[in-house]
Design a protein around this ligand. Structure first.
Ligand SMILES: NC(=O)c1ccc[n+]([C@@H]2O[C@H](COP(=O)([O-])OP(=O)(O)OC[C@H]3O[C@@H](n4cnc5c(N)ncnc54)[C@H](OP(=O)(O)O)[C@@H]3O)[C@@H](O)[C@H]2O)c1
Length: 311
């Protein structure tokens, strides 16, 4: 089958062996698979897959079940499923641990389903499981025009939080505002607080402004560091504000932990998709065969939402 492989710092399409489902695993004919920052980092030689995970690209996918391994209980051949995977999503076939699979709502297109799992799982886990965001609280989402950012803005807005979003590209600010946020330039954050929760998807450039804008006993969740990861910390300022700091990655967690995230997304987010209250903004789709061009496009600033490969 065809799959995205990483060679000399680039993502290219190549022939690889078809994966074979094992115990409690589904074989899925992939219809759509999103790109994520981690794919770019892996292509460049960083963020290696956890031991035992596929080395081919793709951390999220959606498609039809074509074979079920021994012990599967929740899905059957022909079902539409989507999942966060540890690799191998950008391919014609992908093996998915059944506990990670979520049913694709009838109303959801393949391109939206392919770009949904990783970013909504990440945003839900960061905002609610880690930071404990609740209704009426003030939240700031950095990097809000991207995949995780557009997911986070919508989820926070859906529960009645008051959402401020930073977007550096003026052309996509209105679209992010329509998702439920007051949109500002990243340079305005320091004076835009106080925020009960800050979701950091960009990294170091926002650190000082975040500390100024965070409310006393505010929570900051660090999820993305594409803009830089080194900061100078005045520990006394953390103490004075009684800051709660969270930081996390999703991919290396145990199967049980990742399955728990999937169950929470099913319970809390998919009903909002069914009700038409959540969208998956897709900036552009590419055929799987043009994955190299999709990776180049993903690296260009100024997009709204996801880049998705269609298999
Ligand atoms: N920890 C985890 O488990 C986890 C899971 C998923 C994603 N992530 C990470 O979270 C981050 C966001 O993911 P994503 O899927 O939303 O990526 P994305 O779709 O590429 O979006 C990133 C957003 O951040 C903005 N941005 C990037 N650098 C910036 C800078 N220096 N200043 C201001 N804005 C900047 C981008 O704006 P422009 O378009 O203008 O560049 C874009 O809107 C990535 O770093 C990703 O690797 C982590």
């Amino acid at each position: 089958m065809q799959a995205v492989v990483f060679r000399e710092g680039r993502a290219v399409i190549d022939e690889v062996a078809d994966p074979v489902p094992g115990h409690r695993q589904l074989l899925v004919a992939v219809r759509a698979a999103g790109l994520n920052g981690a794919d770019l980092t892996q292509a460049a030689g960083g963020y290696p897959p956890p031991p035992g995970a596929p080395t081919t690209g793709g951390l999220e996918m959606a498609g039809e079940v074509v074979e079920v391994g021994e012990g599967c209980q929740r899905f059957s051949v022909g079902d539409r499923v989507m999942a966060v995977v540890q690799g191998g999503g950008q391919a014609q076939r992908c093996v998915v641990d059944e506990p990670l699979a979520m049913a694709v709502p009838e109303s959801m297109s393949w391109e939206c389903a392919g770009g949904f799992p990783e970013v909504f799982a990440t945003a839900h886990d960061a905002l609610f499981t880690q930071a404990g965001l609740s209704m009426g609280e003030r939240v700031c989402v950095h990097g809000a025009a991207g995949g995780v950012g557009t997911a986070a803005v919508q989820l926070a807005s859906a529960i009645g939080a008051r959402v401020t979003a930073t977007v550096r590209t003026p052309a996509v600010r209105a679209a992010v505002a329509e998702l439920g946020a007051t949109v500002i330039d990243p340079g305005e954050v320091a004076d835009a607080g106080p925020f009960d929760v800050i979701l950091e998807l960009v990294g170091a450039p926002n650190w000082s402004a975040n500390l100024k804008a965070l409310a006393v006993e505010g929570r900051m969740v660090i999820i993305g560091v594409g803009g830089g990861s080194e900061v100078s910390v005045n520990l006394a300022r953390l103490m004075v504000k009684r800051v709660r700091l969270f930081a996390s990655t999703l991919r290396p967690r145990s199967l049980e932990q990742r399955a728990t995230v999937a169950r929470l997304v099913e319970r809390h987010v998919l009903p909002l998709v069914d009700a038409g209250r959540i969208q998956v903004p897709v900036a552009r789709t590419f055929p799987l065969a043009e994955a190299a061009a999709a990776y180049e496009y993903f690296a260009v600033p100024g997009k709204l939402g996801k880049v998705v490969l269609l298999a």
